[in-house]
Design a protein around this ligand. Structure first.
Ligand SMILES: [Zn+2]
Length: 561
């Protein structure tokens, strides 16, 4: 934009800024936690597991220390929703009830109208058409019968704008053409296919139609299901400029407020499972579009859900998919759980037979995905040492995919407890795998316990995690003696800050310390530690202090010999 060009939206922008608060706005999409003067959360723009996304209420800006994205509310909206600048102003103006100046749209500008917006608009018209056929036209009877068989009534049909694509080859084509919609654009939206000799025909025919909405309620595409046994059972919109299977989740627009309210989201296998749970009064539910979960899906969800529960039928092949998705969850720093339905049940029959309360109490008892993964590995293994080596061979490579050191150390500790194998052994094997890609085949860690360099820094983080999450024991560990346990540069620096703080005040307040820290690597690590899960809880805290003390004695003894 040239210096002399006046931003057409200057006045409404100022007004939006006065009405909006960045913490409140971003807080709707990213779970923010107060940390000193700022709010922090997991960045929605990159694979973030130590909260590096910072929002400043005072300055009304955000910044990510990981991927370096940053800006004001307008930048956030544009990046997060992937919309143009004018569209951002339009949507925020609507949200905050700010009037926009009338703008004369010239022929040329109309042509430039955001191509994506136009595709959404055409999809919206198509959804209205399919819904109209389903509800008002005799041809839609077959669709109604399909939904009636599944006890999907008018309320759910309306909530999800369900529809029916009739057998006609040109039903939608004519509908759009009558409304002066460019058929070329409708093809780009994935609704029509070109005929060999010119012209177009309907892509979806004789299918019940599930419009797939963006979080803002725009129609990005469709899933169409056949009524008989013909193939493919589900036909989706092909990839278009607005339809990306690896990013969209079915039901997210209706689920969104419920997920935000409860902090919990349930992922089911299919569109009809989403309908079934909604029908029975459970709305915080989404489904993937017939694909495996991706990092992008999780990034969409993690902003406002603390907990993700994946629901499977007992006989489902999806269980394997859940196990395979473990590293994704681990890498996004998300707590994932698994709920397996009783043999023979799907979400609908389960709800029919047992009701919502039973479903909710099953959800409460869902098993962490990580434990489910280890359990399913342990269940298939022979007893004894050879058996252990076998599972470790499978599990350790999965752990090696976790990028965060802090996260990884937590899981190593769990694995060590579950398999009764020392952390040192697991870590040395892990280091071996990470060091050499070709080293995956053989396993040597159990026989030769090496004192890997990483073992030390792992414990160092444990020590910081301990004192930051249990400041009450500060007096027992923030002592010069404990310095022999640490050597990693950043850890030493952070430890020294803590020791100094305790010396001055006889107590530590981690939030206060973070606030006073200068920006840099230590601050980022400290920030990450504060938001990481405590490794030691309850009686394990005292136990850990004892363990650290014993190690100090050992080291001193070794040094004196
Ligand atoms: Zn980021």
């Amino acid at each position: 934009m040239s210096l002399f060009m006046v931003d057409f939206y200057q006045a409404p922008k100022e007004e939006i800024k006065r009405s909006a608060d960045i913490v409140e706005l971003i807080g709707q999409y990213v779970q923010l936690k107060k940390a000193g003067l700022n709010h922090v959360g997991l960045c929605p723009f990159h694979g973030d597991n130590d909260p590096s996304f910072t929002v400043s209420q005072g300055k009304q800006i955000f910044h990510c220390f990981g991927c370096k994205k940053g800006g004001d509310i307008f930048t956030f909206w544009m990046e997060y929703h992937k919309v143009s600048y004018p569209q951002t102003i339009k949507e925020l103006a609507e949200k905050y009830h700010v009037a926009l100046p009338e703008k004369k749209v010239t022929q040329g500008k109309r042509r430039k109208l955001d191509n994506r917006e136009e595709i959404y608009r055409i999809n919206g018209a198509a959804a209205a058409y399919y819904n109209y056929i389903l509800l008002k036209i005799a041809k839609g009877r077959k669709g109604i019968e399909y939904f009636e068989k599944r006890s999907v009534g008018p309320e759910i049909i309306n909530r999800f704008k369900l529809g029916y694509a009739p057998q006609d080859w040109d039903g939608l084509t004519r509908f759009l053409s009558d409304r002066n919609v460019s058929l070329e654009k409708a093809e780009k939206a994935g609704l029509l296919s070109p005929k060999k000799n010119g012209g177009y025909f309907d892509r979806f025919r004789e299918r019940v139609m599930f419009p797939i909405f963006t979080m803002e309620g725009k129609v990005a595409g469709f899933g169409g299901r056949v009524l008989d046994k013909s193939m493919p059972k589900y036909l989706n919109t092909p990839e278009t400029s607005v339809f990306h299977k690896g990013e969209l989740l079915y039901g997210l627009n209706t689920a969104f407020p419920h997920i935000r309210e409860t902090g919990r989201v349930v992922i089911v296998e299919g569109y009809t499972d989403v309908l079934a749970l909604n029908k029975h009064g459970f709305s915080a539910v989404v489904a993937t579009l017939g694909t495996a979960l991706t990092q992008n899906h999780l990034r969409k969800l993690k902003g406002f859900s603390r907990e993700i529960i994946v629901v499977f039928d007992a006989d489902s092949a999806g269980k394997n998919a859940a196990v395979r998705s473990l590293p994704l969850f681990l890498n996004e720093g998300l707590s994932a759980k698994v709920m397996i339905l009783p043999e023979g049940d799907d979400p609908d029959t389960f709800m029919n037979n047992r009701g919502l309360d039973a479903f909710l109490s099953h959800l409460d008892r869902a098993i962490p995905l990580y434990d489910f993964y280890i359990d399913s590995k342990l269940a298939s293994v022979k007893p004894g040492l050879t058996g252990k080596v076998e599972i470790l061979k499978e599990i350790i490579p999965v752990l090696s995919e976790i990028t965060s050191d802090i996260q990884r150390s937590v899981y190593i500790k769990h694995l060590s407890e579950r398999c009764d194998v020392s952390e040192t052994v697991i870590l040395s094997e892990l280091n071996r795998i990470r060091g050499t890609a070709s080293g995956r085949g053989s396993f040597s860690g159990l026989e030769s316990v090496q004192n890997g360099a990483g073992v030390k820094s792992l414990k160092e983080y444990h020590l910081l995690n301990l004192v930051i999450h249990s400041p009450g024991i500060a007096g027992k560990v923030l002592l010069d003696d404990f310095k022999v346990l640490i050597s990693t540069n950043e850890v030493v620096k952070i430890f020294n800050i803590l020791v100094e703080e305790y010396r001055l005040k006889k107590c530590i307040d981690p939030a206060q310390i973070l606030e006073n820290m200068q920006e840099g690597e230590e601050r980022e690590i400290f920030n990450g530690l504060m938001l990481s899960e405590p490794i030691y809880k309850g009686p394990a805290i005292e136990q850990a202090v004892l363990e650290f003390e014993n190690r100090i004695k050992d080291i001193k003894l070794a040094n004196s010999i």
